[in-house]
Design a binder for this molecule. Structure first.
Ligand SMILES: [Zn+2]
Length: 210
């Protein structure tokens, strides 16, 4: 019998703005890029989930491994803000990020019951045209399920960066936001933002600043 069928949220947290955070029992995983969306989700998971949190980060050689550093600093900050210590950070170093390098290890951990759910902070694309990022699964006109395949949880999948910005404000997390990095430039600029790439434009659209 497929044990995945018995994995269900034990609690649903109302975060405001119509967003529900389902909390699964036991160890859970989170994909972290050190960006604004995954970091906000990290904060709420550390605040409300009481078992082990495994954070998965993919660091790309093509982008100077910056996600390894930005993720580490937001984990550190979220842990300080929430008092949580039952955290494990796994960083995979790759030449170029692919869907396989992002999802293969957490999915194996789901199958092996090392984690009971995988959380991802994916949001909708902006409601205004700021250019194309090629990610058609982020279409704001299509309402999506926040839990897919019983174990893939995306609480922010139906909201955009302006709502994420409102949540940072509501929960007084400006200092945490300042440690996040959304930039996807190939230039070697450390943890700064380039201000030119699509992701920097989206951040500016949502938060009114970089
Ligand atoms: Zn950028």
């Amino acid at each position: 019998m497929d044990l995945l069928l018995f994995r269900k949220p034990i609690q649903n947290i109302d975060l405001g703005y119509g967003i529900t955070l389902p909390i699964f029992k036991g160890p859970i995983g989170l994909l972290s890029s050190g960006g604004a969306d995954s970091t906000l989700l990290m904060y709420f998971l550390m605040k409300y989930h009481t078992n082990k949190l495994v954070v998965y980060t993919v660091a790309e050689q093509a982008k100077h491994f910056t996600t390894a550093k930005s993720s580490a600093q937001v984990i550190d900050k979220c842990a300080k803000l929430t008092g949580k210590t039952d955290i494990e950070h796994r960083v995979k170093y790759v030449p170029v990020k692919t869907a396989k390098s992002v999802y293969s290890k957490p999915r194996l951990d789901i199958i092996a019951h090392k984690i009971n759910a995988l959380y991802e902070g994916m949001t909708n694309n902006p409601s205004e045209d700021i250019g194309n990022n090629g990610q058609h699964n982020r279409n704001p006109l299509i309402k999506k399920s926040i839990i897919e395949y019983k174990t893939h949880v995306q609480p922010f999948i139906n909201v955009d960066k302006k709502i994420i910005a409102s949540l940072y404000k509501k929960y007084k997390l400006q200092n945490l936001f300042n440690l996040t990095r959304s930039c996807e430039t190939f230039e070697d600029i450390g943890l700064k933002h380039c201000g030119e790439c699509w992701w920097c434009k989206e951040r500016k659209w949502g938060f009114g600043k970089i």
